[in-house]
Every structure is written in C-alpha cells, then in structure tokens.
Design a protein around this ligand. Structure first.
Ligand SMILES: Nc1ncnc2c1ncn2[C@@H]1O[C@H](COP(=O)(O)OP(=O)(O)OP(=O)(O)O)[C@@H](O)[C@H]1O
Ligand SMILES: [Mg+2]
Length: 369
C-alpha cells in the first residue's frame, strides 16, 4: 500500500485547468518532489493532497483511506487527514516561544500536559532545537525558524509530511545546509515526504524520485539521475541547465547487452557516433541527441564510437571552479562546462569528445512536448 495515491486528479478554477489528470504514487518512507516552472500546478497538487483545495476530478488516498473522490462527492477535511505541513512562509507564531509553537498542534488536539511536554521536547531534540525551547520564536535565525516549523509539522506524527518551497526564503548557503539536514532527518525517521520546489538542484539533491510538471501535466517521473540523464522529452531535458540538443538520423539500432537500453549509431551534420536510447529506433528515423555540457571533454582523444567535434571557441565565461565555453563547428554550436584549469580562450581551436554513455537519444515527436 502506498502512503499517498493520486489517481487521475484534476483541478479547474473557472476556465483555468491548474492540474490536469495527474497520477502519482508515493511509497512509505519515500521522498518525492514536484518540480516545475511557476504556475505548473505544484502547489495546487499539494494543497489537494492536504485537503486545502478540493479536486474537481479523480481520487486521492492517504494510506488505505480514500480522502477525496470527486465523482462520489466525498471529501475528508484537512484536520482529519493526519498530515504535517510546512510552507514557504514558515508561519511560526511570533508571540509564542519555540516550545509553544511546537506544542500548538497537540493543544488543539487536547493532549495532556505531560504528553505535550514529552512529545514537544522529543521532537525539538530531533531537529536539535531543544536548547531553544523557551526562546521567543522571532529571536531565531531563518534556518532555526525553519526547524521549528518542521518540528511543529512532525510533532503529532503525521503519516505524510507536505512541504511547499520550505527553503526558498533562505539564502543559498543556508538553503543547501537546511536541505541536506532535512534529507538526513527524513531518511533517519523514514518520514514519507511530498515536497514542492521550482529549484532543479534542490529537487535532485533531496529526492528519491522527482515528478517533472508542466502546464498542469506530469511530463516524467523518475529518480533524479534518470530525469537528468535520460529525459523522455526535449522539455524535460531543457528544464535542467543549458543542454546540447542536436538533430541527427539513426543509421543502426541494437539492444545494449545487459541493460534495458538500445545502442544507436547516429549521423548529424558532419559528425557521427553512438548514443543510447530507452526505445527501439528504425534506421532512417530522426532523433534528437542530448549531450550535457559537463559530459563533453576538451582535448580528449575520441574513443571508438564517441561523438567528437573540432571547432573554435566562440565564447568563454570563467565561473571559478569551471569555465563555460561554446564552440562552433560546421553549423553546430556545442556548450561545454570545462575545468577552469584548462585556461580556454575565445579563438582557440579545440578538439572535443563525448565519452560513451554521454549521448542520449530522444524521439522527435516526444521532443515537441
Ligand atoms: N485560487 C485560484 N484561483 C484561480 N486560479 C488559480 C488559483 N490557484 C491557482 N490558480 C492557477 O492555477 C495554476 C497553477 O497554480 P499553482 O499555484 O499550483 O502553481 P505552482 O506550480 O505552485 O507555481 P509557483 O512555482 O509559482 O508557486 C496557475 O495558473 C494559477 O494561476
Ligand atoms: Mg507554488
């Protein structure tokens, strides 16, 4: 039994289809992230799981219990769903101490004083905030307030934790630190988490699986590495960084030994080589070849079957640990993330190659999506 099951769920606001027939399963203990551009329906999806928004189509279950069924007109309100929630604005109460903030969900559930004392302190210890129990909430840093918000969401042992951009108010360094801390806590306690962000790196660093959304639809669900290295469409590929997406034609295709993938031989404009794909292609078919900028090696001797180009550097941006360069070669422009130590300059003529496994083929009709 999954912890959260979303079946064919939609939500319309007048003419706007905010969420369009979404299907999603979150397993117990899993960390699943909804990722997508602004307005794609992430918050609406999360709010429907929470019961803060009613779905206009489909069915939502938490554990073994259906909590909303649009067709049957059945709906369980949020306070009967056993969910913890953490939002972007932590909404911790400024006039209360840390202790009272975390105790609040237990007080409204009319727990005894002794139980409240014991559970609040145990939860504060989990997030390492027990020393601050008697502090007024405003006298805390952003990261500490965030931990109080997480403690408050965890204190009544929810079945699922829902988090909507909980780190977006923090500066970049604290965001990474809090994200890593939260992931460690989530793993240690095995808290099932459904998380929303529009930050790709955050999604990849935290999640067991990422759900890429666009325009109310789900484009792809998969482990971070799968979404990043083996996207099903141009849109998913382009959602992460500035990938190279090169037009090519298939000349051969065979199953790759020991994997569920296929090996393609592809021909582009003045180049050729091998790429992998998740499905079979026929010779003569058009494909789009994804090559991540950091997968391109400068100056490497091209191995057998590797994609390779020789061209002139047309732009070079120093970024500290690495340099972003672009080379132009027979009408193809290749973006490359190269080690800064190579000292590459505009005008340099370079040879570049993509090692095996660095080229991924996408079907052009999927590429339209
Ligand atoms: N109460 C509402 N009334 C009308 N339209 C709404 C309402 N809530 C959301 N929408 C619309 O539904 C769509 C999805 O909104 P949602 O808030 O789910 O997006 P999001 O992915 O969370 O975006 P962001 O990253 O900006 O938070 C948007 O087009 C939004 O304008
Ligand atoms: Mg949102």
């Amino acid at each position: 039994m999954s912890a959260v099951l979303v079946e064919d769920v939609s939500r319309t606001f007048g003419d706007v289809i905010a969420v369009n027939r979404v299907n999603l399963k979150v397993e117990r203990g899993e960390f699943v992230t909804l990722l997508g551009p602004s307005g794609c329906g992430k918050t609406t999806t999360l709010r429907m799981v929470a019961g803060l928004e009613q779905n206009t189509g489909g069915r939502i279950s938490i554990g073994d219990r259906v909590v909303s069924d649009a067709e049957k007109g059945f709906f369980v309100p949020p306070d009967h769903r056993q969910l913890g929630m953490v939002f972007q604005s932590y909404a911790i109460w400024p006039h209360m101490t840390v202790f009272d903030n975390v105790a609040y969900p237990l007080r409204i559930r009319r727990k005894s004083k002794a139980e409240i004392e014991q559970r609040v302190m145990a939860t504060l210890r989990l997030v390492e905030m027990d020393k601050f129990a008697q502090r007024p909430a405003p006298a805390l840093s952003g990261g500490q307030q965030q931990r109080v918000a997480i403690a408050r969401a965890l204190v009544f042992e929810p079945e699922v934790l829902l988090l909507d951009e909980p780190l977006s108010n923090l500066d970049a360094r604290l965001r990474t630190q809090m994200g890593d801390e939260f992931r460690a806590l989530q793993k240690r306690l095995g808290i099932t988490s459904l998380y929303v962000t529009h930050d790709q790196e955050e999604a990849m660093a935290l999640s067991d699986r990422v759900v890429v959304m666009h325009g109310g639809h789900i484009l792809q669900i998969g482990a971070p590495e799968e979404i990043y290295q083996r996207p099903v469409s141009r849109m998913v590929a382009a959602f992460f960084g500035s990938p190279n997406l090169l037009d090519a034609k298939v000349s051969a295709c065979e199953p790759e030994a020991g994997t569920r993938y296929f090996q393609l031989t592809v021909n582009g404009n003045g180049w050729q080589g091998k790429a992998r794909a998740s499905e079979k292609f026929e010779p003569g078919e058009s494909v789009l070849i994804l090559v991540r900028p950091e997968s391109v090696r400068v100056g490497d001797q091209a191995a057998d079957g590797a994609l390779s180009w020789t061209g002139k550097i047309v732009s070079s941006i120093f970024r500290g640990p690495r340099t972003s360069i672009a080379i132009e070669t027979s009408g193809v422009r290749i973006n490359i993330e190269a080690p800064a130590i190579l000292g590459l300059k505009v005008g340099d003529q370079v040879k570049v190659a993509v090692p095996a496994g660095g080229a991924w083929a996408i079907r052009p009709e999927d590429a339209q999506k």
